[in-house]
Design a protein around this ligand. Structure first.
Ligand code: GYE
Length: 341
């Protein structure tokens, strides 16, 4: 049976199952079934993509990159599932993809642990799993075909090194520096890597004091809440490490509402991660000091991997994306002219 034909037949079965056997007219309203009826997309490669949610600007750019890459014009049929930041929803989505006999599963795991059983089920069903963005720690690395994403540890370490140089340049290399961290979703690769990478440099600087680290779940409103708590609790905060841009936006609001200032000319320095367009704009406004890039546009890289696998070519198990950083010493206006996210 040809690709979409086989997948769509299973979709037909599962849609009937999930809808409690709706009438024919209603069922025909489902675009997947419509494709099957029209024969459109026959032979396309079926991708089941389990996305984490829509918690940040980064995430929205990431989702868009997959949707535009895995299009019918490019020979794909994409089943997209948004897990709304819940691992249980991702587990359900993967099991559904297995039932629907997709050709490939792309998983962006919200946290690193808890995937062994479901990935074993995918393996038993003969469906390759490509991990994109965050990583899954599994006992048997044969449970996934490969991973593509950012070196989060390196991002955190580079942020620490940037701070070290910045403080030295300001003649503050030896004074006590009070730091707070807005962490991402606890247990996610982006949180673990950025926290640990920064921690390495923290340990090398005896005058740096980490007052507290707390999760804002990569979300602006939670970042703001946690920052409000930090400002209420600690009188003297020199630096905020925000493990993504949206939490940094929340932190800026909290700092300004408390009558304080941030950025290169302010009382509190802010270092963030992602380097989204909106964050570079904040940097231009003098509210963020430095931002460590994390590239969300992974769709084309995953598509290249799929094309290689289709031709039975080997793929690299671990593929890192190249990334830069930005600070206010750069020509940000020019950089923003060509910024895709
Ligand atoms: O930094 C954040 C998002 O996993 C790298 O998740 C990603 C992170 C990104 O919500 O903005």
């Amino acid at each position: 049976m040809k690709r979409l034909g086989r997948g769509a037949v299973l979709l037909f079965i599962s849609v009937l199952f999930l809808t409690g056997c709706r009438g024919e007219d209603e069922a025909l309203g489902d675009s997947r079934l419509y494709d099957e009826m029209s024969g459109e997309g026959e032979g396309d490669i079926i991708i089941g993509f389990s996305e984490i949610g829509s918690e940040s600007d980064w995430r929205r750019a990431h989702t868009e990159s997959f949707k535009s890459t895995f299009s019918s014009e490019n020979g794909y049929y994409l089943l997209f599932e948004d897990a709304q930041q819940k691992q249980e929803n991702q587990l359900k989505a993967i099991r559904n993809f297995i039932l629907q006999e997709v050709d490939y599963i792309v998983l962006d795991p919200i946290v690193e642990t808890g995937w062994d059983a479901v990935l074993q089920e995918a393996k038993d069903a003969g469906i390759p799993v490509i991990l994109a963005d965050r990583f899954a720690e599994v006992a048997d690395e044969e449970l996934y075909t490969c991973w593509v994403g950012s070196n989060f540890y390196e991002e955190g370490e580079r942020a620490g090194e940037w701070l070290m140089n910045y403080l030295r340049e300001q003649g503050r290399g030896d004074e006590p520096i009070h730091i707070v961290t807005l962490q991402g979703t606890l247990g996610s690769s982006a949180q673990i890597g950025r926290t640990e990478g920064f921690h390495k440099v923290l340990l090398e600087n005896e005058n740096w004091i980490m007052l507290e680290q707390q999760s804002g779940d990569f979300v602006q409103a939670k970042g703001q809440e946690v920052m409000e708590y930090f400002l209420d609790t600690y009188e003297d905060i020199d630096v905020v490490i925000s493990e993504n841009d949206n939490m940094a936006f929340g932190a800026i609001d909290a700092i300004q509402a408390a009558g304080k200032s941030c950025g290169p000319d302010g009382e509190i320095a802010i270092i963030s991660f992602d380097s989204s367009y909106a964050a570079l704009d904040c940097m231009l406004n003098g509210e963020i000091n430095a931002d460590f890039e994390c590239n969300p546009l992974l769709g084309p890289m995953v598509s290249d991997i799929v094309r290689k696998l289709e031709r039975n070519k080997p793929v690299e198990k671990i593929q890192y994306v190249k990334e830069k950083y930005f600070d206010t010493s750069m020509d940000l206006k020019k950089i923003m002219e060509n910024r895709a996210y």
